[in-house]
Design a protein around this ligand. Structure first.
Ligand SMILES: *Cc1c(COP(=O)(O)O)cnc(C)c1O
Length: 380
């Protein structure tokens, strides 16, 4: 990610609050993912950061996409729509999975026209898909343990493994085609055993489906959850990849296609936020800095993503534990209660936060009238 001097220069040029997205890092993250998981096609989860420029860079690098709404679908479809019709039909599955198990009827009707690949996890959804999207391909979303993930996802989505094959056969009886299985081990999963367990659960569902006469499954989608290296406690990706590869090769024959839906892993390290100190106070004996970006804007991940971001100063100086507040009047708007920063920073000085590309800009609001940070792209 750009040198400190380059970052400061960009802030001078564009003003603050600013988010700098480095496309070199995006390409490097994509290449790392492919190098360590050569059997797995990466469907970038657009919800982590739906910036069309990010989608374009990952598309050009060879990536595919996990979308969960029609606006997200359209961001990706932009790059597919000009293909010849025949190729376009093949590409749709190669490039997009609609990985939201619950879809409104009008969404299904639209997805049906594209003959898209969609996930589902219950009987009611089978009835909806049969009626509104009979030409789509299906992947059953399995519920798998999310132990130790930073963001738990299993309470909202996924069929219990015990009912999985019943749901596959029910879809088959409804005249639909179940192409395979998907799961999500929870976001920012640092407990690598989650992936091992989930792949084993999926293999047992494949086996039971076969034993009960359903032999059309040919894809496994191992979802997202690949951790970003926010700090030194996150074990290297190569270690996780080794475990995943070993289980995939042991349990899934080569002709089963393997997909994944990395969101955070691709974008977290690709962006840095720069904010400016707009006020300074001492409250209850503690030094407080007020900056022009906060939890209602780029730092929204503190609330929605349970993510903690560190603030750093461009200048050196004697440091002490400070509080950093966002610009709104809401007491919730706290970036950090204990950040070690130089005590002699002044109004107008800049602070920056690395690794803020995922679940940040994506969930920013305009609360209290403060507009979202400007986003600039470098090394595009
Ligand atoms: C959010 C989400 C992802 C991306 O998860 P990360 O933890 O960011 O990798 C992938 N798949 C589905 C279905 C999701 O809901």
């Amino acid at each position: 990610m750009g040198t400190l001097r380059a970052l400061r220069q960009l802030a001078k040029e564009h003003g603050t609050p600013l988010v700098v997205v480095d496309h070199e890092v995006l390409r490097r993250n994509y290449a790392t993912f492919k190098r360590y998981l050569p059997r797995v096609q990466a469907y970038y989860a657009v919800k982590a950061n739906p910036d069309p420029a990010i989608v374009k860079t990952l598309f050009d690098a060879g990536g595919s996409f996990d979308v969960a709404s029609m606006p997200e679908f359209r961001i990706v479809y932009e790059y597919i729509k000009d293909m010849p019709a025949k190729q376009r039909q093949e590409w749709i599955w190669d490039k997009i999975i609609y990985a939201n198990p619950i879809k409104a009827n009008d969404t299904l009707q639209e997805l049906d026209q594209y003959k898209a690949l969609v996930t589902y996890d219950n009987e009611e959804e089978i009835r909806k898909i049969k009626k509104h999207a009979p030409n789509t391909g299906l992947a059953l979303r399995l519920k798998v343990p999310n132990t130790g993930a930073m963001v738990e996802l299993s309470s909202k989505c996924g069929a219990a493994p015990g009912e999985a094959v019943d749901l596959i056969l029910a879809a088959h009886r409804a005249g639909l085609v179940v192409e395979g299985l998907s799961f999500h081990v929870g976001s920012q999963t640092t407990n690598f055993e989650n992936f091992v367990q989930a792949i084993n659960l999926a293999a047992s569902v494949f086996e039971e489906a076969k034993a009960r006469g359903y032999t059309k499954m040919n894809l496994l989608d191992i979802g997202g959850g690949f951790p970003a290296p926010y700090d030194a406690s996150v074990k290297p990706f190569s270690e996780l990849a080794r475990k995943i590869n070993a289980e995939l090769d042991r349990l899934f024959p080569k002709d089963i296609e393997i997909l994944a839906e990395p969101g955070r892993f691709m974008v977290a390290t690709a962006a840095t936020a720069i904010s400016k100190i707009i006020g300074k106070a001492v409250r209850d004996g503690k030094l407080c800095y007020y900056v022009d970006d906060g939890v209602y804007n780029t730092f929204s991940g503190i609330i929605f993503d349970h993510c903690h971001y560190h603030m750093e100063a461009f200048r050196k100086g004697p440091r002490q534990i400070c509080t950093v507040f966002g610009p709104t009047c809401d007491a919730l708007d706290v970036i950090s209660m204990s950040e070690e920063l130089p005590a002699d920073l002044e109004r107008g000085d800049l602070l920056f936060s690395r690794n803020i590309g995922a679940y940040s800009v994506a969930s920013a609001t305009q609360f209290n009238g403060f507009p979202p940070a400007k986003v600039v792209h470098i090394n595009q």
